[in-house]
Design a binder for this molecule. Structure first.
Ligand code: SF4
Ligand code: SF4
Length: 302
Protein backbone atom coordinates (compact mmCIF):
# COMPACT_ATOMS: atom_id res chain seq x y z
CA UNK A 1 0.00 0.00 0.00
CA UNK A 2 1.22 3.47 -0.87
CA UNK A 3 2.56 5.46 2.05
CA UNK A 4 0.91 8.70 3.04
CA UNK A 5 2.43 12.00 3.96
CA UNK A 6 0.99 14.56 6.39
CA UNK A 7 0.75 17.72 4.28
CA UNK A 8 -0.57 21.15 5.23
CA UNK A 9 0.04 23.13 2.09
CA UNK A 10 1.35 22.85 -1.45
CA UNK A 11 2.42 26.16 -2.93
CA UNK A 12 3.01 26.35 -6.66
CA UNK A 13 5.16 29.07 -8.25
CA UNK A 14 7.11 29.66 -5.05
CA UNK A 15 10.16 31.90 -5.47
CA UNK A 16 11.88 31.93 -2.08
CA UNK A 17 12.61 28.31 -1.30
CA UNK A 18 15.53 27.70 -3.64
CA UNK A 19 16.44 28.74 -7.21
CA UNK A 20 13.96 29.29 -10.02
CA UNK A 21 10.26 28.57 -9.98
CA UNK A 22 9.37 25.91 -7.45
CA UNK A 23 6.57 23.96 -5.91
CA UNK A 24 6.93 23.91 -2.14
CA UNK A 25 5.36 21.01 -0.28
CA UNK A 26 4.83 21.85 3.38
CA UNK A 27 4.76 18.82 5.64
CA UNK A 28 3.26 18.70 9.10
CA UNK A 29 5.21 17.86 12.25
CA UNK A 30 8.30 19.42 13.81
CA UNK A 31 10.61 18.14 16.56
CA UNK A 32 11.38 21.71 17.73
CA UNK A 33 9.09 24.39 19.13
CA UNK A 34 10.68 27.73 18.27
CA UNK A 35 8.50 30.45 19.82
CA UNK A 36 8.95 32.73 16.79
CA UNK A 37 7.68 30.04 14.39
CA UNK A 38 5.66 31.65 11.58
CA UNK A 39 3.90 28.37 10.76
CA UNK A 40 2.54 27.12 14.10
CA UNK A 41 0.10 24.91 12.20
CA UNK A 42 3.14 22.93 11.04
CA UNK A 43 4.27 21.89 14.50
CA UNK A 44 1.80 19.09 15.20
CA UNK A 45 1.58 16.22 12.75
CA UNK A 46 -2.14 15.89 13.40
CA UNK A 47 -4.77 17.81 11.43
CA UNK A 48 -6.08 20.91 13.23
CA UNK A 49 -8.90 23.39 12.88
CA UNK A 50 -8.10 27.00 12.12
CA UNK A 51 -10.91 29.25 13.38
CA UNK A 52 -11.23 32.78 12.00
CA UNK A 53 -13.51 34.40 14.52
CA UNK A 54 -14.15 37.48 12.41
CA UNK A 55 -15.86 35.32 9.79
CA UNK A 56 -18.13 33.53 12.28
CA UNK A 57 -21.74 34.74 12.17
CA UNK A 58 -22.84 32.55 15.07
CA UNK A 59 -25.29 30.49 13.00
CA UNK A 60 -24.43 27.32 14.94
CA UNK A 61 -24.53 25.09 11.84
CA UNK A 62 -21.25 23.48 12.80
CA UNK A 63 -22.44 22.34 16.24
CA UNK A 64 -24.54 19.29 15.26
CA UNK A 65 -21.82 18.10 12.90
CA UNK A 66 -19.32 17.68 15.71
CA UNK A 67 -19.73 14.26 17.21
CA UNK A 68 -17.17 15.10 19.90
CA UNK A 69 -19.37 17.90 21.32
CA UNK A 70 -16.36 20.16 21.01
CA UNK A 71 -18.21 23.27 19.74
CA UNK A 72 -20.42 25.68 21.65
CA UNK A 73 -21.62 29.23 21.06
CA UNK A 74 -20.53 32.10 23.26
CA UNK A 75 -21.35 35.75 22.57
CA UNK A 76 -22.70 34.65 19.17
CA UNK A 77 -19.38 33.13 18.14
CA UNK A 78 -18.34 29.49 17.90
CA UNK A 79 -15.92 28.24 20.56
CA UNK A 80 -13.89 25.06 20.12
CA UNK A 81 -12.86 22.93 23.05
CA UNK A 82 -9.44 21.91 21.75
CA UNK A 83 -9.13 19.16 24.34
CA UNK A 84 -12.02 17.35 22.65
CA UNK A 85 -11.34 18.24 19.01
CA UNK A 86 -9.73 15.53 16.85
CA UNK A 87 -9.40 17.68 13.72
CA UNK A 88 -11.84 15.61 11.67
CA UNK A 89 -12.96 18.70 9.73
CA UNK A 90 -16.71 17.96 9.77
CA UNK A 91 -17.36 21.42 11.22
CA UNK A 92 -15.37 23.04 8.42
CA UNK A 93 -17.47 21.23 5.83
CA UNK A 94 -20.63 22.58 7.49
CA UNK A 95 -19.42 26.16 7.84
CA UNK A 96 -20.41 28.24 4.82
CA UNK A 97 -18.63 31.43 5.88
CA UNK A 98 -15.17 29.82 5.95
CA UNK A 99 -14.72 30.57 9.65
CA UNK A 100 -13.60 26.99 10.21
CA UNK A 101 -11.00 25.36 8.02
CA UNK A 102 -9.08 22.15 8.41
CA UNK A 103 -5.32 22.31 8.24
CA UNK A 104 -3.53 19.10 7.38
CA UNK A 105 -4.37 16.11 5.24
CA UNK A 106 -2.82 12.79 4.36
CA UNK A 107 -1.76 12.50 0.74
CA UNK A 108 -0.10 9.66 -1.14
CA UNK A 109 3.15 10.18 -2.98
CA UNK A 110 1.29 9.85 -6.30
CA UNK A 111 -1.24 12.51 -5.32
CA UNK A 112 1.53 14.94 -4.45
CA UNK A 113 3.49 14.07 -7.56
CA UNK A 114 0.48 14.75 -9.80
CA UNK A 115 0.51 18.34 -8.54
CA UNK A 116 4.28 18.72 -8.56
CA UNK A 117 4.80 17.58 -12.13
CA UNK A 118 2.28 20.06 -13.59
CA UNK A 119 5.00 22.73 -13.52
CA UNK A 120 7.88 20.63 -14.80
CA UNK A 121 8.35 22.91 -17.83
CA UNK A 122 8.76 25.92 -15.55
CA UNK A 123 11.32 24.09 -13.43
CA UNK A 124 13.32 23.25 -16.53
CA UNK A 125 13.21 26.78 -17.92
CA UNK A 126 14.19 28.45 -14.62
CA UNK A 127 16.44 25.82 -12.98
CA UNK A 128 13.73 25.38 -10.36
CA UNK A 129 12.26 22.24 -8.86
CA UNK A 130 10.43 21.21 -5.74
CA UNK A 131 11.19 22.12 -2.15
CA UNK A 132 10.16 19.96 0.76
CA UNK A 133 9.53 22.15 3.75
CA UNK A 134 7.58 22.07 6.97
CA UNK A 135 7.52 21.62 9.85
CA UNK A 136 10.39 19.26 9.43
CA UNK A 137 10.08 17.25 6.23
CA UNK A 138 12.61 14.63 7.31
CA UNK A 139 10.38 13.46 10.17
CA UNK A 140 8.54 11.64 7.37
CA UNK A 141 11.59 10.32 5.53
CA UNK A 142 10.24 6.82 4.94
CA UNK A 143 7.06 8.07 3.29
CA UNK A 144 8.95 10.83 1.51
CA UNK A 145 11.47 8.59 -0.17
CA UNK A 146 9.20 7.32 -3.00
CA UNK A 147 8.48 10.95 -3.91
CA UNK A 148 12.21 11.61 -4.17
CA UNK A 149 12.54 8.57 -6.42
CA UNK A 150 9.74 9.79 -8.68
CA UNK A 151 11.35 13.22 -8.92
CA UNK A 152 14.69 11.65 -9.79
CA UNK A 153 13.09 9.56 -12.55
CA UNK A 154 11.37 12.65 -13.98
CA UNK A 155 14.54 14.77 -13.54
CA UNK A 156 12.88 17.21 -11.17
CA UNK A 157 15.47 18.66 -8.76
CA UNK A 158 14.60 18.44 -5.07
CA UNK A 159 15.55 20.90 -2.32
CA UNK A 160 15.02 20.10 1.35
CA UNK A 161 14.57 22.74 4.00
CA UNK A 162 15.58 21.30 7.36
CA UNK A 163 16.02 22.40 10.96
CA UNK A 164 18.74 19.74 11.17
CA UNK A 165 17.22 18.14 14.26
CA UNK A 166 16.69 14.74 12.64
CA UNK A 167 18.34 11.37 12.72
CA UNK A 168 21.59 11.05 10.81
CA UNK A 169 20.25 7.82 9.32
CA UNK A 170 17.41 9.77 7.63
CA UNK A 171 19.80 12.36 6.32
CA UNK A 172 22.15 9.75 4.88
CA UNK A 173 19.26 8.09 3.11
CA UNK A 174 18.07 11.16 1.25
CA UNK A 175 21.40 12.85 0.44
CA UNK A 176 21.87 11.08 -2.94
CA UNK A 177 18.39 12.16 -4.08
CA UNK A 178 18.62 15.80 -2.99
CA UNK A 179 20.07 18.63 -5.05
CA UNK A 180 20.00 21.35 -2.42
CA UNK A 181 19.83 21.55 1.36
CA UNK A 182 18.57 24.70 3.07
CA UNK A 183 19.91 24.02 6.55
CA UNK A 184 18.82 26.16 9.53
CA UNK A 185 21.47 27.32 11.95
CA UNK A 186 19.76 29.43 14.59
CA UNK A 187 22.57 29.73 17.12
CA UNK A 188 25.78 27.94 18.08
CA UNK A 189 25.05 28.31 21.78
CA UNK A 190 23.75 24.96 23.15
CA UNK A 191 21.99 26.53 26.16
CA UNK A 192 20.17 29.09 24.06
CA UNK A 193 19.23 26.44 21.54
CA UNK A 194 17.80 24.25 24.27
CA UNK A 195 15.99 27.14 25.94
CA UNK A 196 14.31 28.47 22.80
CA UNK A 197 13.72 25.35 20.72
CA UNK A 198 13.77 22.47 23.23
CA UNK A 199 16.35 20.63 21.10
CA UNK A 200 19.88 19.35 21.49
CA UNK A 201 22.26 21.43 19.36
CA UNK A 202 24.83 18.63 19.22
CA UNK A 203 22.56 16.61 16.92
CA UNK A 204 22.11 19.56 14.55
CA UNK A 205 25.83 20.21 14.37
CA UNK A 206 26.66 16.56 13.83
CA UNK A 207 24.23 16.49 10.91
CA UNK A 208 25.62 19.72 9.49
CA UNK A 209 29.13 18.34 9.71
CA UNK A 210 28.07 15.20 7.83
CA UNK A 211 26.33 17.26 5.14
CA UNK A 212 29.27 19.61 4.74
CA UNK A 213 31.56 16.64 4.04
CA UNK A 214 29.24 14.88 1.60
CA UNK A 215 27.34 17.80 0.08
CA UNK A 216 29.02 21.05 1.13
CA UNK A 217 28.60 22.56 -2.33
CA UNK A 218 24.87 21.84 -2.29
CA UNK A 219 24.21 23.20 1.21
CA UNK A 220 23.03 26.70 2.09
CA UNK A 221 23.00 27.87 5.71
CA UNK A 222 19.72 29.56 6.60
CA UNK A 223 19.91 31.93 9.55
CA UNK A 224 16.63 33.21 10.93
CA UNK A 225 17.71 36.49 12.53
CA UNK A 226 15.74 36.66 15.75
CA UNK A 227 15.76 39.50 18.31
CA UNK A 228 17.17 38.31 21.61
CA UNK A 229 18.48 35.07 20.11
CA UNK A 230 21.13 35.93 17.56
CA UNK A 231 20.67 39.50 16.27
CA UNK A 232 24.16 40.66 17.27
CA UNK A 233 27.30 41.01 15.21
CA UNK A 234 29.08 38.46 17.42
CA UNK A 235 26.42 35.74 17.07
CA UNK A 236 26.02 36.14 13.32
CA UNK A 237 29.78 36.34 12.80
CA UNK A 238 30.20 33.08 14.73
CA UNK A 239 27.68 31.33 12.47
CA UNK A 240 29.36 32.72 9.34
CA UNK A 241 32.74 31.51 10.60
CA UNK A 242 31.29 28.10 11.39
CA UNK A 243 29.89 27.80 7.85
CA UNK A 244 33.22 28.77 6.29
CA UNK A 245 35.13 26.32 8.50
CA UNK A 246 32.87 23.60 7.08
CA UNK A 247 33.44 24.76 3.49
CA UNK A 248 29.84 25.89 3.16
CA UNK A 249 29.98 29.20 1.35
CA UNK A 250 26.37 30.21 0.88
CA UNK A 251 24.00 31.63 3.49
CA UNK A 252 20.57 33.27 3.65
CA UNK A 253 19.62 35.75 6.35
CA UNK A 254 15.92 35.54 7.17
CA UNK A 255 14.63 38.59 9.08
CA UNK A 256 12.25 37.87 11.95
CA UNK A 257 8.66 38.73 11.06
CA UNK A 258 5.33 38.59 12.83
CA UNK A 259 3.09 37.52 9.95
CA UNK A 260 2.30 34.25 11.72
CA UNK A 261 0.73 35.81 14.83
CA UNK A 262 -2.84 35.55 13.51
CA UNK A 263 -2.40 31.82 13.02
CA UNK A 264 -1.74 31.31 16.73
CA UNK A 265 -5.10 32.95 17.44
CA UNK A 266 -6.76 30.75 14.84
CA UNK A 267 -5.34 27.68 16.57
CA UNK A 268 -6.56 28.91 19.95
CA UNK A 269 -2.99 29.58 21.09
CA UNK A 270 -1.23 32.60 22.54
CA UNK A 271 1.77 33.84 20.57
CA UNK A 272 4.64 32.57 22.71
CA UNK A 273 7.42 34.96 21.68
CA UNK A 274 7.83 38.24 23.52
CA UNK A 275 9.05 40.34 20.57
CA UNK A 276 6.15 41.60 18.43
CA UNK A 277 8.08 43.79 16.03
CA UNK A 278 9.57 42.35 12.87
CA UNK A 279 13.02 43.24 11.59
CA UNK A 280 13.43 45.27 8.45
CA UNK A 281 15.74 43.84 5.79
CA UNK A 282 17.76 47.05 6.00
CA UNK A 283 18.66 46.22 9.60
CA UNK A 284 20.44 43.11 8.32
CA UNK A 285 22.60 44.91 5.77
CA UNK A 286 25.63 45.25 8.12
CA UNK A 287 25.55 41.45 8.53
CA UNK A 288 25.40 41.09 4.76
CA UNK A 289 28.51 43.23 4.38
CA UNK A 290 30.32 41.32 7.12
CA UNK A 291 29.51 37.95 5.57
CA UNK A 292 30.64 39.04 2.12
CA UNK A 293 33.94 40.19 3.60
CA UNK A 294 34.31 36.70 5.09
CA UNK A 295 33.93 35.15 1.64
CA UNK A 296 30.29 34.08 1.81
CA UNK A 297 27.67 34.44 -0.89
CA UNK A 298 24.70 35.88 0.94
CA UNK A 299 21.11 36.90 0.43
CA UNK A 300 18.57 38.52 2.68
CA UNK A 301 15.29 36.66 2.56
CA UNK A 302 16.51 33.56 0.70
S1 SF4 B 1 -18.07 28.56 12.72
FE1 SF4 B 1 -19.28 28.71 10.84
S2 SF4 B 1 -20.94 27.23 11.08
FE2 SF4 B 1 -20.03 27.53 13.14
S3 SF4 B 1 -21.25 29.16 14.05
FE3 SF4 B 1 -19.53 30.18 13.05
S4 SF4 B 1 -20.28 30.71 10.98
FE4 SF4 B 1 -21.71 29.18 11.83
S1 SF4 C 1 -12.71 19.19 13.73
FE1 SF4 C 1 -14.20 17.57 14.22
S2 SF4 C 1 -13.90 17.23 16.39
FE2 SF4 C 1 -12.95 19.20 15.96
S3 SF4 C 1 -14.53 20.72 16.37
FE3 SF4 C 1 -14.66 20.23 14.18
S4 SF4 C 1 -16.19 18.60 14.02
FE4 SF4 C 1 -15.56 18.73 16.17
Amino acid sequence: MEQRLHVFNIERFALHDGPGIRTTVFLKGCPLHCPWCANPESQSMKPQILFREERCVGCGSCIPHCNRNAISLKDKKARIDRTKCIGCGDCANACITGAMSRCGQEMTTSEIFQIVKKDKDYYQKTKGGITLSGGEALLQTEALYPLLELCETEKIPVAIETCGYVSLKCLKKIVPKTELFLFDIKTLNPEKFKKFTGGNLEIVLENFSYLSKTSGEKTVVRIPVIPGLNDTKEEIEEIFRFARQHQVNKADLLPYHVLGIAKYQQLGRTYPFECRKGLDSKELEPFLEMGKNMGLTLTIGG
